[in-house]
Design a binder for this molecule. Structure first.
Ligand code: NIG
Ligand code: FE
Length: 411
């Protein structure tokens, strides 16, 4: 089965095969081709070029993209979309003056989601998450990382990860599973944090590794949650099972989590709303991707990640949603890209690079996803007719997507 997309007003993110990450001033460059065609065979991009060279090409199906822009689907490298129910009451409580911290301190927050999850069957959890996944695909996401972390017991974490495994099997988009082993301290361990880390290290990680349910390891490294010592114990234990770190750091406080992530060769360090000059300098000598989550800043009214300073220091940056019930009940990468431009002062080119190729890098899949390249997966967004690609971040809140294609098939 072959599909030919013709008369593409502008084809974005056209890259050579060897480009798997974009850093610093290179992020300002978004390579494009105007008046282009794109040829797909089965699930793969096999050719593209100028319309002038398209005449001899035949395909089983042709899509006329006159006036429309084509780009790779978004690569959302940080989500928690497997969760039970919602946290709408906490949302209202925050409007009425409580902080995210106040809510956590009175036993709500992550513990609230954990309780709901523990009382939800694996099937029901799957159906709730599948509904969210369908919605984000319609919004243009073609690859997604999904974390556990609302289980907080070995059994409930395994339940979450089995749901992620089922989503991975049932959906055509790329799914990468992460064990978020230490997300919050369960009530039973309130006076015994060491006991919980022992459980994570001695039981949870081995059980997850045995069933091969995760590729990445995550910890919420934050004051009031898990400190550097706890985080290091988890990363050390995970290392022997070849689980690569992708960690929550610097959301509310900067105290060395970035350097610890770099020490353990983290694929990404995520959040970074609070950054010290040392955090930036340690990232310079690493292959670790800094990931910003602007929808979280928006929803919690906390500072935005200093993306401008990160890029201006010569570093790469990826953007992701953080889709979760507490701090970001939204999986809309279009909003993320827009908000990065509006609030973090990224240029449209930087934001699109951060939401595609660098997002793919932060999931270890930029060899096959995140750019328009011969041999890469045909995961594409075809926009509605728009004047230029600036409209993607500019017309925030508008639905500018006409068609989403996953593995060469219209979704
Ligand atoms: O990335 N910060 C830690 N974890 C999630 C939110 C957890 C929650 O509130 O449910 C985050 O923001
Ligand atoms: Fe998160």
């Amino acid at each position: 089965m072959s599909v030919l997309i013709t008369n593409i007003k502008e084809l974005l993110q056209v890259r050579e095969e060897h480009v798997t990450i974009v850093k610093g001033s290179d992020m300002k460059i978004l390579p494009t081709l105007k008046n282009a065609y794109l040829l797909i065979e089965h699930d793969t991009i096999v050719d593209y070029g100028s319309m002038e060279d398209c005449k001899a090409i035949e395909a089983d199906e042709t899509i006329d993209a006159s006036g429309k822009i084509v780009l790779p689907t978004w690569c959302d490298s940080h989500t928690h979309i497997v969760y039970a129910g919602d946290r709408t009451q906490e949302f209202v409580d925050r409007i009425n003056g409580l902080s995210y911290e106040d809510i956590a301190n009175r036993g709500g927050g992550i513990l609230n989601s954990a309780e709901q999850l523990q009382n939800t069957s694996e099937d029901e959890l799957y159906h709730q998450a599948a509904r969210r996944l369908k919605e984000v695909i319609k919004l243009g996401t073609g690859a997604v990382e999904i974390k556990s972390g609302y289980g907080l017991t070995v059994d409930a974490e395994l339940k979450m990860l089995r749901v992620i495994k089922r989503l991975k099997k049932d959906f055509a988009i790329k799914v990468k599973p992460t064990l978020l082993a230490a997300h919050a301290l369960p009530k039973e361990f309130k006076a015994n944090k060491k006991g919980f880390i022992d459980l994570v290290v001695n039981e949870m990680i081995p059980a997850v590794a045995k069933e091969q349910l995760a590729e990445y390891i995550d910890v919420f490294c934050e004051k009031g949650y898990f400190d550097l010592e706890d985080t290091e114990r988890v990363l050390q234990a995970a290392e022997s099972y070849h689980l690569i770190p992708k960690i929550h750091v610097n959301q509310f406080n900067a105290f060395g989590g970035v350097a610890l992530g770099v020490k353990y060769k983290a694929l990404s360090v995520d959040h970074l709303e609070e950054m010290n000059p040392e955090d930036i300098s340690v990232l310079k000598s690493s292959n670790t991707m800094p990931v910003a989550l602007p929808s979280c800043s928006y929803f919690l009214s906390i500072p935005y990640t200093p993306g401008r300073a990160i890029i201006d220091a010569g570093l790469p940056l990826a953007l992701a949603t953080d889709y979760n019930p507490g701090s970001t009940p939204s999986g809309n990468m279009n909003f993320v890209v827009s908000t990065a431009c509006i609030k973090m002062k990224l240029t449209p080119e930087e934001a699109i690079n951060a939401g595609t190729i660098n997002g793919a890098y932060a999931m270890g899949i930029s060899n096959l996803y995140g750019s328009i390249c011969r041999g890469k997966k045909a995961n594409l967004i075809i926009t509605k007719a728009i004047p230029n690609y600036y409209h993607l971040p500019y017309a925030f809140g508008d639905d500018l997507i006409d068609t989403v294609m996953i593995n060469g098939q219209i979704y």
